[in-house]
Ligand binder design. Structure first.
Ligand code: CA
Length: 524
């Protein structure tokens, strides 16, 4: 080892030594058989560019990702969601220029088909990002549309005359997105402007055009049938039509689902509808799985103010809203994703709080998604690049697949213990994730159960019962930095067996002691 490398490792070793002082968490009972079944299992979101580099060009790629499938399998992951991989001029690849291709930086279609096969052979499903709201400005459709108003592709996009109140801002009093000048963009020498909700580089596609709709179904069928993916994560799902046409958005996704089910009856669709639960709920008819942003905000609030007593009630209310629309909905829960500051940074790099966030994620209802690197405590704050930093697999001189396309600001060798070292440490956040995923994957109550809030006279405690078929669990978390002493209500006194404990929580009859950021799960 070079001296300089040893020096770089020292802070990580110090961190490791400090964490070894506390008692490892206990999984008291562990059934032999996995009970969870995708889509009710745990999924893992990957930004391919930052995950693993197989050919040493500094950019993550498909072959690198394939080499890490055993890691994901070992972690207990049942599906991956891959951020966009198709040709695109930007590093994030949300401005697609060829919906049927793989970006050469990431490899070839053959590489990707091999990845899908390897994932499937481990029982891991593959979900890819499908960006249908807009194309890239460099997509051949838009190039033709912009160059020639008579082109059949002109109507694949949304245009309005430069004197139209929509583009001049004169109609802005309606408050609708369509009248916000920010979303209208000029083409040189053209009297018409095009609508691009996010920015000029991403012109919105026109879903009033039936031919365009057919194009998107064809793209979906290609990936499901020719490539063999299991489903899609639908980007910007609430922007297909502007915000004054919400019902049209809901209807489009119902039509899209029906078309995709013709190609693959068990297709999985998870939508990004960035909004409060009441706005999200009507989408569950077309998009059976939706990200539960509301709960991610609630978990963060609980950790910031040390009050956990309303979490179970909020989750029960959200589920109720969704269930009324679609009893079979899948509640895709998250702590954060590629558009948000990483959870570790949001809790001020407090390892105890980050571990508590994970304990909440895996014990509350839902089918959780992990954002890559979250399980090793990676940090990151906006701008976006800095929440998408390279995964730290190993010490620098031993890290054969670390990507170098971006200089990390938050997740560095100084701040993060590499995955390989964490894997050897029972107290690491990685071991904590693995234990919790194992616990969840082996529990019908945690995987499928409803939630019944239990209130205590201590607002730091999040308490709830999860039950399904013959399994019933009483889950207790202390989300604060103070010791919580509580009494289990008489009607729940049959919960006596310790199923899981973290941070020295203990029960003596109905009396429970929950040290700061501790968890206790009791079964009958
Ligand atoms: Ca590479």
């Amino acid at each position: 080892m070079k001296k300089s490398n040893l020096y770089r490792l020292l802070p990580a070793i110090a961190l490791l030594a400090a964490s070894a002082c506390s008692t490892p968490e206990k999984l008291v009972t562990q059934p032999d058989e996995k009970v969870s079944q995708w889509p009710r299992g745990v999924s893992y979101e990957i930004f391919v560019q930052s995950f693993c580099d197989s050919d040493n060009d500094g950019i993550g790629d498909i072959k690198g990702m394939t080499s890490k499938l055993d890691y994901l399998d070992d972690l207990g992951i049942e599906a991956v969601w891959l951020m966009p991989m198709s040709p695109s001029p930007s590093y994030h690849k949300y401005d697609v220029t060829d919906y049927y291709g793989i970006h050469p930086d990431y490899g070839t279609m053959e590489d990707f088909k091999a990845f899908v096969d390897e994932a499937h052979s481990r029982g891991i499903k593959v979900v890819i990002d499908l960006v249908l709201n807009h194309s890239g400005k460099d997509h051949p459709w838009f190039k033709e549309a912009a160059a020639n108003p008579e082109s059949p592709y002109r109507d694949y996009y949304v245009w309005a005359h430069k004197d139209d109140p929509m583009t001049t801002g004169e109609g802005k009093t309606t408050g609708a997105d369509s009248y916000n000048t920010r979303h209208w963009h000029s083409v040189e020498g053209d009297d018409y402007k095009y609508f691009g909700y996010f920015w000029g580089g991403m012109p919105d596609l026109n879903f009033d055009n039936q031919k365009l709709r057919e194009e998107t179904y064809k793209i979906g069928r290609y990936w499901l049938q020719e490539v063999g993916v299991d489903g899609f994560r639908l980007d910007a799902a609430r922007h297909i039509f502007p915000d004054d046409r919400e019902a049209d958005n809901h209807d489009f996704w119902k039509e899209f689902k029906a078309e995709m089910q013709k190609a693959k009856p068990d297709v999985y669709l998870v939508g990004e509808v960035w909004a409060e639960a009441d706005k999200v709920a009507p989408y569950t008819k077309g998009l059976p799985a939706l990200f539960n942003f509301e709960m991610s905000w609630a978990i963060l609030r609980a950790l910031k103010n040390g009050n956990g007593d309303s979490l179970a009630t909020i989750h029960a209310q959200v589920m109720d809203l969704y269930e009324k629309q679609n009893p079979d909905f899948i509640d895709a829960t998250i702590l954060s994703n590629h558009d948000q500051n990483r959870i570790m940074s949001e809790v001020g790099n407090d390892m105890q709080k980050a571990k508590m966030a994970a304990a909440l994620l895996f014990t509350l209802p839902g089918s959780p998604y992990i954002y890559y690197g979250e399980e090793i405590g990676m940090r990151g704050k906006k701008p976006d690049e800095q929440i998408r930093e390279p995964f730290i697999w190993n010490a620098p001189h031993q890290d054969s697949c670390r990507t170098t396309w971006l200089q990390p600001q938050y997740s560095t060798d100084q701040s993060i213990i590499p995955m390989a070292m964490q894997a050897e440490d029972g107290n690491s956040i990685l071991s904590h994730y693995k234990n919790l995923i194992g616990l969840r994957n082996n529990s019908t109550a945690l995987t499928f159960g409803d939630i019944d809030p239990v209130t205590f006279d201590n607002s730091s405690v999040s308490g709830f019962v999860r039950a399904h078929e013959s399994e019933e669990l009483l889950v207790l978390h202390n989300v604060s930095g103070n010791l919580a002493t509580i009494t289990i209500p008489e009607e729940l006194q049959h919960f006596r067996k310790v199923k899981y404990q973290h941070n020295n929580s203990r029960a003596n009859g109905r009396n429970v002691q929950l040290p700061p950021y501790s968890t206790l799960i009791l079964s009958r």
